[in-house]
Design a protein around this ligand. Sequence first.
Ligand code: UDP
Length: 315
Amino acid sequence: MNKRVLITGGAGFLGSHLCDRYFNEGWEVICIDNLITGSTGNITHLIGKEGFTFIKYDVTNYLDVDGPLDLILHFASPASPIDYLEMPIQTLKVGSLGTHKTLGLARAKQARFLLASTSEVYGDPLEHPQKETYWGNVNPTGYRGVYDEAKRFAEAMTMAYHRYHNIDTRIVRIFNTYGSRMRLRDGRALPTFFRQALQNEPITVFGDGSQTRSFTYVDDLVEGIFRLAESDEVEPVNIGNPQEISIMDFAKEIIEITGSKSKIIFKDLPADDPQIRQPDISKAKRVLNWEPVTSRKTGLLKTLEYFKEQVLTDG
Ligand code: UDP
């Protein structure tokens, strides 16, 4: 019998890529999403296929599915700063109540459980690059606190289920990731810069652009998550690309790649915007034998085609 995986947030950007990966590996995939930020457009190619089921549902409510489960990937959550500022309560609920419900389901089914956590647990970090042993510098009452603290709570809850209920758990800390199926208008730097560049509009750099990020191509991320789920590692593992760049240089890179005539303009830096971010991936290398294989140049060129199509249909 095929193995069965349940993916919450399975119609989202990362969730849908994970649906593809597990489906292509021969698993039976159950995708759950309430579609507040996800879209069935991301999974239309899977809907109707044998071995794939889509359920529209909010996982902050009591959760049950028919039959056995081998693995649960909990990826449901608004994940861009604009989304979680617009949906602060849903963000807190899916990280807390949603994690509790999905862990409860993992317990009932005796399934392995993998939590999608985030580099945001490190907040505006005082340690650089960030290792998994760093506890973070988070403002709990700031605007980003709704996401950061929800994910920190989710990690704590996951470890509690592991320690108290012996659930086989995994925690991945995901750094900024990009690729096809990102929403053009989710407010994040990468889709925003692509859209602005492709429409020859001004590129909006927040602050002076000296803040840094490290961008991971989605296929590399999915490979890291797949390996983590297969591994024995219970403690959190960073998955990200350590190639770090300032947002200003990144804006210039997007202008170059798109051949755009856009100029750069500056806007206010949002509150609590992390000044630096770069994953230390020595643990992923050691325990998963994983490291990213896609350079930013290659990944951005692959993603360009997707954004060109999106811009054409942008209303
Ligand atoms: N940013 C920007 N212009 C935009 C959107 C974002 O300069 O139009 C900046 C943002 O302030 C942050 C960085 O780009 O410093 C990455 O932002 P994003 O929303 O992509 O993700 P974050 O890593 O902050 O969660």
